[in-house]
Design a protein around this ligand. Sequence first.
Ligand code: GDP
Ligand code: IMO
Ligand code: MG
Length: 426
Amino acid sequence: MKNTVILGAQWGDEGKGKIVDLLAENYDAIVRFQGGNNAGHTLVIEDKVYKLHLVPSGILYPGKKCILGNGMVIDPQVLLQEIEALQERGVDCKNLFISDRAHVIMPYHKVWETLEENLRGKQKIGTTKRGIGPCYADKITRIGIRMLDLVNPEVLKQKLSDIVPFKKQLIQAFGGENDSISENEIYESYSNYGKALQERIVDTSALLEKIDASGGRILFEGAQGMFLGIDHGTYPFVTSSNTVASQASIGAGVSMKKIHKVMGVIKAYTTRVGGGPFPTEIEGGVGEELRKAGKEFGTTTGRPRRCGWLDLEMLKYVHRLNGLDAVVLTKLDVLKGIHPIKVCLGYEYQGQRLESYPSDTRILDSVNPIYEELDGWEEDISRCLSFADLPLNCKKYVQRIEEFSGVPVEIISVGPERDRTIFREL
Ligand code: GDP
Ligand code: IMO
Ligand code: MG
């Protein structure tokens, strides 16, 4: 299989970063195709921890092309800081490229987002406040600034003079603070970001075509997770981009025929940061145990993640939309000592079993998950190197996921480090 998409199959933080880092060794280009620095991907390499927000998780391999695709929204200041921090640690970033079509997060996006969250009242999403939603909104409204504008000072100046006064008025009208937003200061700083990033801003779609044509392999790195996706997630408690595999084609600028394999990453349980429905959430008790054992605190905002049981009804929906070739199961080590382990196999609503994943969050809020209980295990599995090494109940857990979803579990992660991984020959 030549080109592969790695996709979050829950509400984000499934451990995609670790898996992309691990697989990147066998690919020539690693591409992010949506989202921005709302993502937080943690890589643990021996005693070093890298937290990436914009830079693809393939950056630790010198010589691999790392690409920020056109489907992303990019805060250039954050990107420059991330590059600098990596370079200070000896990571070579010369092969990092940014699509000239990617949209730019501007200071007024961040100010507007705070106002928007306040306006939502009880429907507050609990966003990461990185300006993601307002930046995508401007893209769709067709008043966005793109990376290519940063390296064309005249164009940037003109666009800012059209947009900034309008944004300032809007912010003021909704009671926001607009003194910090100055057209001249934005021009100065953003044209400087353009200068600093100039060499990297290219037509990445054309670059990927060349890599592909010369037989190179491409790994598409998803951010967030399917249930945070704008079309198929738990709307409105979602992010503002599509997180499904087909977005890899749009957001990287490659033909969908160039995608040969789709892998969905799930945690052995479920987590969610921010507001929104979560049918299998466990408040207190085992939920607390999972948060502690799994260190479930957000990489980007540090917020505690809500925890709950594994939900295979969700996986079924992910498979329907993405045609999964394989599941990657992470954090299986965290379930150690939990008895029994519950797995959700469907939802009941007003006494009826639902046939498919509901679109209405009000329904999702009041469904009763249908659980199956499985026996747990006491052993520490974090040093198991093969499937055969796992305790019997642990194997049964994995097999139940495969049986219900009809998708093979190809990789099992039993710790944050690269070598805490079981690859299965299937
Ligand atoms: P991502 O956003 O999907 O890349 O996931 P995050 O990096 O935000 O969150 C996953 C967290 O779990 C990180 O701190 C990883 O180091 C850690 N992690 C990944 N896989 C495993 C695993 O198999 N076991 C344990 N205990 N931790 C893991
Ligand atoms: P990774 O790539 C977990 C959540 C936020 C909020 C909602 C909307 O690390 O898995 P946004 O700032 O995107 O408008 O916030 O989406 N969210 C994530 N949750 N992991 C992420 O990324 C997330 N990116 C956004 O908490 O609920
Ligand atoms: Mg994360």
